[in-house]
Design a protein around this ligand. Structure first.
Ligand code: AMP
Ligand code: MG
Length: 401
């Protein structure tokens, strides 16, 4: 059996950089940025007022609390002259600080006396002024190549005046479910049938990852049907993901088909759930063969395939949040495989974070994930864990919740 870490390493070293394309900033949400963004000017580009009020040189106020009103600034309509000593300028929020001024007083603290403004409170130098470069200084690295563009990243790029952005082209992923017993929701179940569920979480996760899904549906357990589906999937997609048929049962032709189409390794992994798992290259695409059991399929997708897909989309490596916390429940485990058990992380009565197992952990029990908010990750050689001991938990990211 290979370890989970070794399998992950193999996947990450096989998944290589994607093509780069240029798109409009407004369409770039969740794309992987393919360039470093270094800004070529200060942000904001000039000193500006943070308040509606009056701008002046702070020195002027030392001589007199009364300054002569000499002009007006609006956001986008700067004052053209120079503010002299003993003068002040009416200014609105976002207005460019006139030359000769270094400080702003808000209008609520001022009295208007004809052409003069009387200042009632002391002002510190530079008060209520947003300094040029206080957000970003010229030459600063704003965003890093490989980073997945968030909503705030896009706003930041817009504030820098960037209209088009270089991104990694999203990958196309073909989904194939195999099994004669699988019916789609809406169809009637014959005796022995079950509803197919893996494609549902798979396409939801892939959509969240910004990949383009090509759904091949459920393919019957027939050598030629499976071969045809895999050949088409390989031609149309960058990645093919199948579920079921990797554990060499009697009716599973997936392995035979894959052996004839590419260079695929069939692993028996020392992880639980998810012992059978296939990975390799077809002639055009990368292939991930998930086990059929829904829990095994979900956990191997999340813990093995997704890091590879993220690398292919060329976002920076996934960083998921892990903590060491006390378990409130006993946890059953025997040494030999790395467990990804499901848990509920919450704040206990002492105000500390702790975890509880969701109970039965069978690889068909999908509700064990639906109830959970984290994985309890138990090392390969670990045995059972007693309540009160420390365990490592990994919070689910937004692919699951
Ligand atoms: P297999 O890996 O094909 O031997 O399947 C293992 C178990 O998972 C069997 O009980 C299958 O019925 C079930 N299974 C396989 N594929 C799916 C799927 N796409 N959705 C739900 N259950 C599945
Ligand atoms: Mg099957």
């Amino acid at each position: 059996m290979d370890s989970y870490n070794k399998a992950l390493e193999t996947i990450l070293s096989t998944a290589v950089t994607r093509k780069i394309t240029s798109i409009k900033l407004s369409e770039s949400y969740h794309y992987g940025l393919a360039e470093d963004i270094v800004y070529d000017m200060d942000m904001p580009p000039f000193n500006k007022s943070a308040m509606d009020g009056y701008a002046f040189a702070q020195q002027s106020l030392l001589a007199s609390k009364k300054l002569k009103l000499a002009g007006k600034v609006l956001a986008g309509a700067p004052f053209q002259g120079v503010c002299q000593s003993g003068e002040c300028i009416r200014i609105m929020t976002g207005g460019k600080l006139p030359s000769g001024c270094d400080t702003v007083e808000m209008q609520e603290n001022c009295l208007v006396e004809g052409d003069n403004i009387v200042f009632t409170a002391e002002k510190k130098l530079g008060q209520n002024v947003r300094k040029a470069g206080e957000d970003i200084t010229q030459g600063e690295l704003v965003l890093t190549r490989g980073q997945r563009l968030s909503s705030v990243d896009i706003a930041l790029l817009a504030s820098l005046g960037i209209a088009d952005v270089e991104v990694y082209q999203p990958i196309k992923v073909a989904l194939i479910a195999t099994g004669d017993e699988l019916k789609t929701p809406g169809q009637a179940l014959a005796e022995g049938d079950i509803y197919e569920s893996n494609r549902y979480f798979l396409s939801a996760m892939l959509t969240k990852l910004n990949a383009q899904v090509i759904d091949f549906g459920v393919i019957e357990d027939d050598f030629n049907a499976i071969k045809q589906a895999f050949e088409q999937a390989d031609q149309q997609a960058d990645v093919v993901i199948s579920s079921g048929g990797v554990s060499v049962g009697e009716a599973d032709f997936t392995k035979d088909v894959l052996d004839s189409l590419g260079d695929i390794a069939f692993w028996k992994l020392a992880m639980k759930p998810g012992k059978p798992f296939a990975f390799g290259k077809l002639s055009n695409s990368l292939f991930f063969g998930l086990p059929g059991n829904p829990v095994s399929a979900l956990v191997t997708m999340y813990q093995l395939a997704v890091p590879g897909l993220v690398k292919l989309q060329n976002a920076l490596p996934l960083k998921r949040k892990t903590f060491q916390v006390v378990t409130e429940t006993d946890i059953r485990k025997s040494p030999g495989r790395q467990d990804f058990q499901r848990g509920i992380l919450s704040v206990n009565t002492q105000g500390k974070l702790s975890v509880k197992s969701t109970g039965a952990q069978g690889s068909g029990i999908l509700s064990s994930i639906a109830k959970a908010n984290c994985f309890i990750i138990l090392p390969q050689m670990q045995g059972k864990v007693a309540a009160g001991e420390l365990v490592t938990v990994e919070l689910f990211d937004d692919l699951i919740v």
